[in-house]
Design a binder for this molecule. Structure first.
Ligand code: GDP
Length: 488
């Protein structure tokens, strides 16, 4: 009987997303993106705007006054850390500082009480939707392709990527160390550690480099979560192993075994427990940083988005297809931080992101889910103005640069506002993606956009002394696409 009840409960849980009446329907919204893409800021701003009735004209349910209230509830998964919404909002609103970024998976349940738009639905619908927001590092997602790859494939590809012109210099120390090591020698913990550390240092250097290179697996080497320093992360690709079976007791055998353990104990459970249960997904990208770094970085970002999309809809016949209990039916690719540009450039940024997403969809052979794009700012840290320069009137953005930021030799103290002409995005979209002949190092010497980090905005108060919600750009458009239809 127990088994039967358990199974029935699982079946009901799965159905609850679409059920009406008996349960409060729930929608699992995944929020991902590579580190610093803007996940924490996005979730905080989304929740804050819904709870505080923010200005969201493109979010239909809010605009038509059908949302009675939105509030936080206990999340359904007790074993997953809670997204620390209150801490993040305190940083943003009280301290005007950016919150701590995502380092591992976390979850938050936001429940919305609303009135259905049609009288017919009103009779049957509970008028309640629980949105389970799941925040997780994109780096972890990019591990999925490893499941289909042997240690030999992984090694081969890692070395192939490492000698590409954009990575060659960054990977040099690791490649040199690898070349000295005989994979067939006896397994040795210290050698394994040296190799793993050197490989991890190279992956991290790619991330920190101004070329804004996207990520290579294994994702936990960059975002270890609670696995920091554990033996599961003490492996590295090996050079010159071909497709040979490793000799038992060799370094090759040891690395191969640890790689397989990483897949079984880290990658698979993450997918099974989290990714396969999602209904909707937003993928945040730092397009601005990539644009500034040049076509090489754009190509790299495109590759990352392609791989991310492939993770959500693994090809037919893939063993992963069986893992998916739900189907992700909408994916939004969002370039955030658009407040670094004047609004005249927002459409251009969106067009660039659309081109990037279209190319990624085509390459990933991706079908079945609606993919849309948006250029947005989850938190708008700037306002707009104009500055006269001779006879010209230039559109500028105005904000408070973070203490220590520099523009034209001037260092800011974190208190002073400044007006900045951010520059224009290139009109010719093809040029943005054209890697032929572009020297990546020269690109970054002449960035398209003048970029400085601004502090979060000072919130306005109404005459009654009520603090208004966080200002944004097109956050409402993102919300409409991600959850609007569930509130119809
Ligand atoms: P995560 O690693 O994806 O969680 O990234 P965060 O959400 O922590 O964002 C990383 C940094 O990007 C923040 O500290 C901010 O400096 C910046 N940022 C993120 N979103 C915005 C935005 O909407 N506007 C502006 N101006 N900066 C943003």
């Amino acid at each position: 009987l127990t088994t039967f009840t358990d199974e029935a409960r699982i079946a009901l849980d799965t159905l609850s997303g679409r059920a009406t009446g008996l349960f409060s329907p729930s929608l699992r919204l995944g929020v991902t993106g590579l580190s610093r893409a803007g996940k924490t800021v996005f979730i905080s701003a989304l929740v804050h705007n819904l709870i505080h009735g923010g200005r969201l004209p493109l979010f239909e349910a809010q605009k038509s006054g059908r949302i009675a209230r939105a509030f936080l509830e206990q999340q359904p998964d007790d074993a997953v850390p809670r997204f620390q919404y209150e801490d993040h909002i305190a940083a943003l609103v009280n301290d005007r500082a950016w919150p701590d970024s995502t380092r591992a998976i976390s979850e938050l349940r936001l429940t919305i009480e609303y009135e259905s738009a049609s009288g017919w639905s009103r009779m049957f619908s509970s008028g309640r939707l629980s949105v389970d927001i799941v925040d997780y590092p994109g780096e972890w997602l990019l591990d999925l392709p490893l499941l289909g790859k042997s240690f030999a494939d992984f090694s081969h590809e890692a070395f192939e990527m490492a000698v590409l012109p954009v990575r060659e210099d960054l990977s040099q120390a690791w490649r040199a160390l690898s070349a000295e090591i005989d994979p067939n020698a006896d397994a040795d913990e210290m050698t394994a550690r040296r190799l793993a550390e050197s490989f991890a240092a190279y992956l991290k250097a790619c991330k920190l480099d101004e070329r804004a290179l996207s990520t290579l697996p294994p994702g936990r080497f960059l975002m270890p979560g609670d696995l920091e320093g554990s033996p599961a992360l003490t492996f590295a690709p090996l050079v010159g192993i071909g497709d040979k079976r490793p000799r038992p007791g060799s370094l090759h055998a040891m690395m191969d075994r640890r790689y397989e353990a990483y897949k079984t104990h880290v990658v698979k459970p993450f997918f099974r427990e989290h990714i396969t249960r999602l209904d909707r997904q937003i993928v945040l990208i730092d397009a601005m940083q990539a644009l500034n770094a040049g076509p090489g970085a754009m190509a790299d970002l495109e590759r990352a988005v392609t791989e991310i999309l492939s993770c959500f809809r693994p090809g037919r016949g893939s063993f992963l297809t069986d893992l998916f209990s739900r189907r992700i039916d909408r994916i939004l690719v969002a370039a955030t931080k658009a407040d670094h540009l004047h609004h005249e450039s927002h459409d251009r940024l969106q067009a660039i992101v659309r081109r990037l997403a279209d190319r990624a969809v085509a390459q990933a052979n991706f079908t079945g889910a609606d993919v849309d794009v948006v250029a947005m700012a989850a938190v708008r840290a700037t306002r707009e103005g104009t500055v006269k320069q001779g006879r010209d009137t230039l559109p500028v953005i105005i904000g408070t640069p973070i203490a220590g930021e520099k523009i034209n030799g001037e260092t800011f103290d974190g208190k002073t506002e400044t007006a900045l002409f951010p520059g224009d995005l290139p009109e010719n979209i093809d040029a943005v993606f054209d890697i032929s002949g572009a020297d990546h190092k020269q690109d970054s010497a002449d960035p398209a956009i003048r970029f400085v980090r601004f502090r979060p905005p000072k919130l306005e108060r109404t005459a009654e002394g009520v603090t208004l919600s966080l200002p944004h750009i097109r956050l409402d458009r993102a919300l409409q696409f991600l959850i609007g239809d569930h509130l119809a």
